[in-house]
Design a protein around this ligand. Structure first.
Ligand code: UGA
Length: 435
């Protein structure tokens, strides 16, 4: 198959590289000339384990290439994927679909012969209908079928998630798209993989409903963690005891500082808006959004309380800035809200993250960025673990303590053992794991 992927963000680049790895010929297109130049020179613009090697090997095998010329790249494609960003629209929280619509117009002008246009961007239910309308009105003679194929990969585990998915959802209302979609996902199909065919609108809603459900699950366990703190129960054991019930499952029950990232916050907001627009409010999702937002601030307060209620002039070492490990992404990361609250309360911040410092600097400039965790801890009155990078799990806590002025440890991901921390003389504060 000749595939063109429009958009080289997380989803576009990972999908393009993986499709090439399946044996298809793939062109990844982006308007951003610098990005394409970097990709052509062998640099991947995002930090994602395994991606640089996957891109390099498929470029070397001449299955994967990059271009800024959308028209030329689309003309000979059998299938064109739209994988552009759908950020929150400032002001109202709806998904901003302008890039999806711009891509649709450009694709409409460029297609030749029968072409399947597949939307992989996360979009509100009904967007496929609008993409189709745009294509038909731009080029009435274009022979195009529009399909929805949402992506469920996670940052930091993207390649594995793409190659070993729990399911592949393909939403189509025109049967002519079925055979090309099966061909694209042949490796899964041959292995009796989890291909699910459904209607286009249903596929679009599956994506939002899945993200919102996961966000709700995290928010649920976070509230249970608060209750554990007040009642002496242990949230990790509560989560395990719940998760052993197959109907619930153990995943996404890790209590922490609240979910962040480029997906859950914007997708929950957009789904809530869609519900309101259709007179079918999603009250659980609306509450999830509010509770998660409040949580980031509550975590800041928790740190202030752990430090005796006054952080004026004190130094807080923050370990982990990215919204989760194995990414360089700090979008909507709990660390940002926490640092802002601590700064407003008068604290000095010394932060360290293995990959997120460059991105964090563009959002928060007036804090100190340390060269490693031990450097961050130097002269600190409190050490706060916000993101559970594996390198933090094996920190020498004895060395950390000797670098600090006051031995306070706030572990917002329940990574350390209370007994070990307390034995070293730390005052230890976790989430839903009272002593
Ligand atoms: C999420 C979904 O998991 C993917 O399936 C989806 O494709 C993606 O959004 C998307 O729509 O593009 P991602 O945002 O990369 O993926 O990261 P997750 O691993 O889901 O984590 C999201 C947030 O939830 C992080 O801040 C993480 O720390 C938090 N989280 C996750 C918890 O606090 N507890 C958990 O148990 C799990």
């Amino acid at each position: 198959m000749q595939i063109t992927v429009v958009g080289t963000g997380y989803v576009g680049l990972v999908s393009g590289a993986c499709f090439a790895d399946f044996g298809h010929r793939v062109i990844c297109v982006d308007l951003d000339e610098q990005k394409i130049a970097a990709l052509k020179a062998g640099y991947t613009p995002i930090f994602e384990p395994g991606l640089e090697q996957l891109v390099a090997s498929n470029v070397a095998a001449e299955r994967l290439s990059f271009s800024t010329d959308l028209a030329a790249s689309v003309a000979d494609a059998d299938v064109v994927f739209i994988a552009v960003g759908t950020p929150s629209r400032p002001g109202d929280g709806h998904a901003d679909l302008s890039r999806v619509y711009e891509a649709s117009t450009s694709i409409a002008k460029a297609v030749r012969g029968f072409t399947v246009v597949v939307n992989k961007s996360t979009v509100p239910v009904g967007t496929g209908d609008e993409i189709e309308r745009i294509i038909r009105s731009t080029s009435p003679a274009a022979d195009v079928v529009v399909v929805s194929n949402p992506e469920f990969l996670r940052e930091g585990a993207a390649i594995n998630d793409f190659k070993l998915p729990d399911r592949i959802v393909i939403g189509l209302d025109d049967e002519r798209a079925r055979a090309p979609m099966i061909e694209i996902y042949r490796p899964f199909h041959l292995n009796q993989g989890p291909l699910m065919f459904t209607g286009r609108r249903t596929a679009e809603l599956i994506k939002y409903a899945s993200n919102a459900f996961l966000a709700m699950k995290i928010t649920f366990i976070n509230e249970i963690a608060d209750l554990c703190d007040r009642t002496g129960a242990n949230v990790q054991e509560v989560a395990r005891g719940m998760g052993l019930d197959n109907r619930i499952g153990t995943k996404f029950l890790h209590a922490g500082p609240g979910y962040g990232g480029s997906c859950f916050p914007k997708d929950t907001l957009a789904l809530a808006k869609t519900g309101q627009d259709h007179g079918s409010p999603l009250r659980l999702v609306e509450t999830t959004i509010q509770v998660n937002e409040q949580r980031k601030h509550a975590m800041g307060e928790k740190i202030v309380q752990a430090m005796g209620g006054d952080v004026q002039g004190k130094t807080v070492a923050v370990l982990g800035l990215t919204f989760k490990p194995n990414t360089d992404d700090v979008r909507d990361a709990p660390s940002i809200a926490i640092i802002q609250l601590l700064k407003q309360a008068g604290a000095r911040i010394r932060a360290f993250d293995p990959q997120g410092m460059t991105a964090a600097r563009t959002i928060i400039s007036d804090i100190e960025y340390a060269k490693d965790a031990y450097d961050a801890a130097t002269s600190a009155d409190c050490l706060v673990l916000v993101t559970e990078w594996s390198t933090f799990r094996t920190l020498d806590l004895k060395r950390i303590k000797s670098a600090m002025t006051t031995a306070k440890l706030v572990d917002l991901r329940n990574v350390f053992r209370r007994s070990e921390a307390e034995a070293l003389g730390f005052s230890y504060h976790a989430v839903g794991m009272p002593g």
